[in-house]
Design a protein around this ligand. Structure first.
Ligand SMILES: [Zn+2]
Length: 718
């Protein structure tokens, strides 16, 4: 999928996050979450899943009937850079699925079709009516009978195929032609069945000029050299792929390479980029390949894996089969890359993970797209955890949880999302809720069963098309666990539980907890039935874990208490439930939570609450400053630095120390931001010498993006 999640440093990022950024992200988030919780009225009785009135997606969004089975697509095209057009022939090999098949519909938008011929050379009648190219066959086909339809055409595509004259690190003219198929854009330059409900093998002969190299899916069979610097590149896939994954990227590339167990790994970048920048973006690919193939116990499916960085790519990346295309924002010097908030690693891992989830096993229709995106997003986080430790993965999951929970479309189901589908490609909560759906399933099944079921799912459906039901069925067959109820809530239903929890010690050594689900239920958002874990910490150092099930709007839990005094109550201590928790507990307990070094996600969740309390409680300020300096994870120290925006000389000292000496660039930058944003009046002349001196002390030369952001902050000062 084009990776349209908002990374804060990317132009065109999620508007929600842009807003958050301007208002100091975690702080605004806490306010937003509590405001939302407060404004939610008590839900009406019985407004649960039973009344969820989802209707099926329209055919347009959930897949059309097809007239035949697409077997093979053969491209023989001239990519005319000067003319901004593509011309030649595309041949679709088909097999009839119904008796007396007399016509075949393919997708084609804005093409000038000159001629359609069948295998015997008959000229066939056709008509174009967006998005269809309907072809009348010379003779009706019987079931199973095959035919080829050779379409000669010209296209001047406004979508799907793009022409660029310059690139980031190249001097002067640097031609590029690149495509973006998902969703339904290949039909603007390629007449074929352009919907993920079918798969075909593909070969491509691509003629290009200007000394360009044309990349495409699969294996390079050869290169034919013509006059005037023109060449034809011949590619072929041995595996069937859905046609939205057909891609072309032509340019005067610099090529760098690695190898992993005999598999060629290729990195293509604009001329002038240099090896160092190319490897800074793509150099972890062999390690990712090793991690994914072992975890999934399924070989990488294609003959090569190429990644190419192009100019003006519409999203961050696209996982075309064996040819991932990414935006050249990923290519840069160390300081620029430090701005990318987890990329290039997360994005490169995401698109590679798609080669299994999305490409090898493909969603049958866009309604089931979460089966592509949830896996890619979850595996990118798991790879990050593999490299940087489980604590890092847990914190990335926390960030995805918060990004999901403030999305305006959070209440829309991830499958059957007819509301967002009809509004266009807006279902971006697939990227943030999706990994959490898998994370919750993993918690329910346990690691061994989860990965065994995952491998079986890949194995069973390799080279095929899947719906949500296929995944549910594989899990059931392999582990005996029936996820249908889970899917009804979390996949076909929308939203998430918002829990308001308070507690008090009752008579007889019992802790009484009042738990309320306060999300506004609707036809889309149910009252959830959920497992909930709670840890009771005692001052003698013991911890007791309790497991309960919630399914009501309000429930009273009665948990036995030990003899020792209670030190803390922690809800969802393992961070395995996609929920928002508004827990009413004393400052001492939040401080205790902030010291749980083995559970960084709980420290993360304590921080916004400590910030609320910091206005009147000195100890809360100390706890935040301690996390800023001693937090084991850079994401924690970054968040604590952002929240240390209170008026306190100790905060200035700590932030100055972090700004100059924290090993993580993101922490240094957050500390500088907080200093400038909140201490400018007393400590710094906006834009003046002190500010420059600070940057010098920090030892960072901020990239243009950071500098303009800082400038923006300074201009906001009164
Ligand atoms: Zn994706």
């Amino acid at each position: 999928m084009p990776w349209t999640r908002g990374r804060t440093s990317f132009p065109g990022a999620d508007p929600t996050k842009q807003t958050m950024k301007r208002h100091n992200f975690p702080w605004a988030l806490a306010a937003l979450l509590s405001a939302c919780a407060a404004s939610c009225s008590v839900p009406g009785a019985g407004a649960g899943r039973g009344s969820l009135a989802l209707r099926a997606d329209t055919l347009e969004h959930n897949g059309w009937d097809r007239d035949c089975d697409l077997i093979h697509v053969s491209l023989d095209l001239v990519l005319d850079f000067e003319g901004r057009r593509v011309h030649g022939t595309v041949t679709n090999w088909i097999r009839a699925l119904r008796e007396d098949t007399q016509q075949v519909r393919l997708h084609a938008v804005g093409l000038e079709v000159r001629e359609v011929l069948d295998a015997a050379g008959h000229v066939l009648a056709f008509r174009l009516e967006d998005p269809w190219l309907t072809i009348e066959l010379a003779e009706p086909l019987a079931v199973g009978e095959e035919e080829s339809l050779r379409i000669r055409y010209v296209a001047r595509p406004e979508r799907g195929m793009h022409f660029r004259e310059a690139s980031k690190h190249a001097q002067g003219f640097a031609p590029q032609i690149w495509t973006q198929g998902q969703r339904e854009q290949n039909r603007h330059w390629l007449p074929t069945w352009d919907y993920p409900s079918d798969r075909a093998t593909v070969d491509a002969k691509l003629r290009v000029g200007f000394e360009m190299t044309a990349l495409s899916n699969g294996e390079l069979l050869g290169v034919d050299v013509h006059d005037l610097g023109e060449r034809t590149f011949r590619w072929r896939t041995a595996q069937s792929i859905p046609t939205y994954l057909i891609a072309v990227a032509a340019g005067r590339w610099e090529r760098y390479a690695d190898e992993w167990q005999g598999l060629p790994l290729e990195y293509y970048v604009a001329p002038g980029t240099g090896e160092e920048r190319a490897r800074r973006a793509f150099g972890e690919t062999p390690a990712m390949m090793a991690f994914f193939t072992e975890l999934l116990d399924e070989p990488y499916p294609y003959a090569k894996y190429a990644q190419v960085a192009v100019t003006d790519f519409r999203s961050a990346g696209m996982e075309n089969a064996s040819l991932t295309i990414v935006h050249d924002r990923l290519i840069g010097d160390a300081e620029e890359i430090a701005d990318l908030d987890g990329d290039p690693r997360l994005l490169v891992a995401h698109e590679l993970a798609h080669q299994w989830f999305g490409n090898h096993v493909t969603c049958f229709g866009w309604s089931h797209l979460w089966l592509n995106e949830a896996w890619a997003s979850y595996l990118e986080i798991l790879y990050e955890g593999h490299v940087a430790g489980e604590g890092r993965a847990a914190l990335w999951l926390e960030r995805y949880r918060e990004w999901y929970q403030i999305r305006p479309d959070a209440d829309v189901p991830v499958v059957l999302d007819w509301r967002t589908q009809s509004a266009g490609d807006r279902a971006n909560h697939l990227y943030t809720k999706g990994p959490w759906i898998l994370h919750m399933i993993r918690a329910r099944l346990g690691d061994e069963a989860f990965w065994r079921a995952t491998r079986a799912y890949l194995d069973r459906h390799a080279g095929g098309l899947v719906t949500t039901g296929d995944f549910v069925r594989t899990v059931f067959d392999e582990t005996g666990v029936n996820l249908e109820g889970f899917v009804e809530q979390w996949v076909e239903g929308g939203g998430f539980p918002r829990l308001e929890v308070s507690f008090e010690a009752a008579a007889g050594d019992v802790l009484e907890l009042d738990v309320r689900q306060v999300q506004e239920t609707s036809e889309l958002v149910p009252l959830f039935e959920i497992p909930l874990e709670l840890d009771l910490y005692y001052v003698d150092g013991t911890v007791a874990r309790h497991r309960v099930r919630l399914d009501g709007e309000q429930e009273t839990l009665r948990l036995p208490l030990h003899d020792a005094e209670l030190a803390n109550v922690v809800i969802d201590p393992a961070g395995v439930l996609l929920c928002a928790i508004d827990l009413d507990k004393p400052l001492a307990m939040w401080m205790h939570q902030s010291t749980l070094q083995s559970a960084p996600a709980m420290q993360w969740r304590a921080l916004p609450r400590l910030r609320e309390l910091a206005e009147r409680e000195d100890r809360a300020r100390v706890a935040i400053l301690r996390l800023a300096t001693e937090g084991p994870e850079e994401l924690l120290r970054e968040r604590a630095s952002t929240l240390a925006d209170f008026d306190d000389p100790r905060a200035v000292d700590v932030l100055m120390r972090l700004a100059t000496s924290d090993p993580a660039p993101r922490v240094r930058r957050a500390a500088v931001h907080t200093l400038i944003q909140h201490s400018a009046r007393s400590q710094f002349e906006p834009g003046g010498d002190e500010y420059e001196a600070l940057l010098t002390r920090v030892g960072i030369e901020p990239s243009p993006a950071v500098r303009s952001e800082i400038q923006e902050l300074l201009e906001l000062e009164p």
